[in-house]
Design a protein around this ligand. Structure first.
Ligand code: UD1
Ligand code: CA
Length: 472
C-alpha cells in the first residue's frame, strides 16, 4: 500500500463565530472539534499528520500535546486554503522518509467525517479525488462544476459564483485525496484569487483537468458528514448530528430512553444495558453507568461511576463520584467531587456530599451537608445534619463509626469522631469525640413557661425570668 500523509487546515480565525477562541478548539459534545477529527484521522494509520495552525496556535498545540505522528506547521498569514496546504506539505517534506504516496487534505472545521467515507475516498486511483454532497441550502459552500458527461471540471466559491452557478446544489466538502507528486507541482501553480486575494485550494481541480488528470468526486448521499462549522448555528447543528449518532449506538446496545432527542451524552460515556434514561438526562466526561440503573429527569452526571442497579432521582447533580449498586440518590441531591457511596445507601433530597465516604447501608434522607467525612455501615443521619468542616482556614475531618444514629439538626464540629453505635440526640452540637455506644446530647433543658400568670408566685417567677432576658 502506498504511504498516506494527512494535512489538516486549521489556521483560519473564527470571524464568523464571533469568538475569542479559535474555531478548532470549540467543543462538540464537550471536546474540541480538532480532537474529534484527529481521532478519526488516526484510524487511517497515516505516516504523519501535518496540522496547519495560525490563530491561537499555542493553545491548539497545548491541547493536542506533542506526539510522534503530529507535525505542527505555522501559517503566519491567512493567504487561503491553497497556501495553507502548501505550508502543510512543506512541513511533511521535512519529516517524510518517502516523499510519495497519497495526501489526504481536510478542513479542520469538519469533524463529522467517518473512517468509512475516508477509506472509500482513499481507494480512488485518480490523482485527485474529493468528497461532495447535495445540499438543499448550499449557501456559503464551494459548488462543483460538472460537464456534459458529469465529469468534474472545477469548483467555484460562493463569492465568485454567477447567479446560475449559485443554483448548483452539489457542494465541495473540503476533503481531498491527492497524489503527492501532483500536489507538489500544482500547489505552486495556484493563482491568487482576484476577488478575495487568497489562494484557493479548490483550484486544484482546474489544474488537474488542465493537466488531463482524472478528477473523481464521491457525492455522499448523507450530507451530514460534510457539515462545516462556520457559524454558531453550524456548531449547534454539528453537535446535534454527532449526538444523534452516539444516542443511536447506545440504543442499539440496550440503553432505554424516554425520548432519545432529549438526552445529552458525550463520547467518553459508557452506559450498561437495561439502564433507562428519562428526558433531560446529561451524562458527560468519562461517566460510566452500570446495567439496570434508572436515571430520572434532569439528572446531571459528570465523570462518575455508577454500579448496577443505581437509581438517580430527578434533578440531582453528581460530579466525580462513585456510587455502588442498589443506592438511591436524590431527588435534588448534590454530590460534589470525590465521594464514594457504598451499596444500598440512600442520599435524599437537598443532601450535599463532598469528599465523603458512605459505607454500605448509610441513610442521609434530608437537608444535610457531609463534607470531608467517613461514615460507617448502616449509619442513620437525621435531617438537617451538618458537618462543620471548615474553620476559616483549613478543612477538617468527621469520622462516624458503624451503626451510629445521628439525630436531626446535629452539627458535627470537625475534627471530630463519633464511636460505633453511639447515639447523638437531636439538636446537638458535637464538639468533642463521642465514645462508642455513648449518647451525646448538648441542649438547654426545655422550660415551658405560661403566658398568663395565674397567681402571685408565677408573677414573681415571670418577672425574674424577664430580668434574665428571657422572653415569653
Ligand atoms: C472551504 C472551501 C469550499 C468548501 C468548504 C467546505 C476553499 C477556498 N473553499 O470553504 O469550497 O465548500 O470549505 O467546508 O477551500 N484555513 C487555513 N488557512 C487559510 C484559510 C483557511 O488554515 O488561510 C483553514 C480554516 O481554518 C478551515 C479550512 O481551512 O479549517 C477551511 O477554511 P474556511 O475559511 O472555513 O473555508 P470555507 O469558506 O468553509
Ligand atoms: Ca469552513
Amino acid at each position: 500500500m502506498e504511504p498516506l500523509y494527512i494535512i489538516v487546515l486549521a489556521a483560519g480565525n473564527s470571524t464568523r463565530l464571533k469568538s475569542e477562541t479559535t474555531k478548532v478548539l470549540h467543543p462538540i459534545l464537550g471536546r474540541p472539534m480538532i480532537g474529534l477529527l484527529l481521532e478519526t484521522l488516526r484510524t487511517l494509520k497515516p505516516k504523519k499528520i501535518a496540522l496547519v495552525l495560525g490563530h491561537q496556535k499555542e493553545a491548539v498545540q497545548a491541547y493536542l500535546g506533542m506526539t510522534p505522528d503530529l507535525v505542527f506547521a505555522h501559517q503566519s498569514q491567512r493567504f487561503g486554503t491553497g497556501h495553507a496546504a502548501l505550508v502543510g506539505l512543506k512541513a511533511l517534506k521535512h519529516q517524510a522518509k518517502v516523499k510519495r504516496g497519497k495526501v489526504l487534505i481536510v478542513n479542520g472545521d469538519g469533524p463529522l467525517l467517518t473512517k468509512k467515507t475516508l477509506t472509500r475516498l482513499l481507494k480512488s486511483r485518480a490523482p485527485l479525488s474529493l468528497l461532495s454532497t447535495k445540499l438543499k441550502d448550499p449557501f456559503g459552500y464551494g459548488r462543483l462544476l460538472r460537464g456534459t458527461k458529469k465529469e468534474v471540471f472545477g469548483i467555484v466559491e460562493e463569492k465568485n459564483a454567477t447567479l446560475e452557478q449559485k443554483k448548483i446544489k452539489e457542494i465541495n466538502g473540503g476533503v481531498y485525496g491527492v497524489d503527492w507528486n501532483f500536489l507538489e507541482v500544482a500547489l505552486k501553480k495556484i493563482p491568487k484569487n482576484p476577488l478575495k486575494g487568497e489562494y484557493y485550494l479548490t483550484d486544484l481541480v482546474h489544474l488537474a483537468v488542465k493537466a488531463k488528470l482524472l478528477v473523481e468526486a464521491f457525492c455522499l448521499e448523507n450530507s451530514e458528514e460534510l457539515l462545516g462549522a462556520n457559524t454558531r448555528e453550524d456548531l449547534a447543528l454539528l453537535q446535534k448530528v454527532f449526538l444523534k449518532r452516539l444516542i443511536k449506538e447506545h440504543l442499539a446496545k440496550g440503553v432505554g430512553m424516554e425520548d432519545p432527542e432529549q438526552v445529552y451524552l458525550e463520547p467518553g460515556v459508557k452506559v450498561g444495558p437495561d439502564t433507562y434514561l428519562e428526558s433531560g438526562v446529561r451524562l458527560s466526561g468519562q461517566t460510566q453507568i452500570g446495567a439496570h440503573c434508572y436515571l430520572e429527569a434532569g439528572s446531571v452526571i459528570q465523570d462518575c461511576r455508577l454500579s448496577d442497579g443505581v437509581r438517580i432521582k430527578a434533578y440531582s447533580y453528581l460530579e466525580a463520584s462513585k456510587v455502588d449498586s442498589g443506592s438511591v440518590i436524590g431527588p435534588f441531591a448534590h454530590l460534589r467531587p470525590d465521594n464514594v457511596v457504598g451499596k444500598h445507601c440512600k442520599v435524599g433530597n437537598f443532601v450535599e456530599l463532598k469528599k465523603t465516604k458512605l459505607s454500605d447501608g448509610v441513610k442521609a434522607g434530608h437537608l444535610t451537608y457531609l463534607g470531608d467525612s467517613e461514615v460507617g455501615k448502616e449509619v442513620n443521619i437525621g435531617a438537617g445534619t451538618i458537618t462543620c468542616n471548615y474553620d476559616g482556614k483549613r478543612k477538617h475531618k468527621t469520622v462516624i463509626g458503624e451503626g451510629v444514629f445521628i439525630g436531626s439538626d446535629t452539627q458535627l464540629v470537625a475534627p471530630v469522631k463519633v464511636g460505633a453505635r453511639a447515639y447523638v440526640g437531636a439538636g446537638t452540637t458535637v464538639t468533642e469525640d463521642v465514645p462508642a455506644g455513648a449518647l451525646a446530647i448538648s441542649r438547654v433543658v426545655q422550660k415551658n413557661l405560661m403566658k398568663a400568670p395565674q397567681n402571685k408566685d408565677t408573677i414573681k417567677k415571670s418577672q425574674d425570668n424577664k430580668s434574665q432576658g428571657e422572653l415569653f
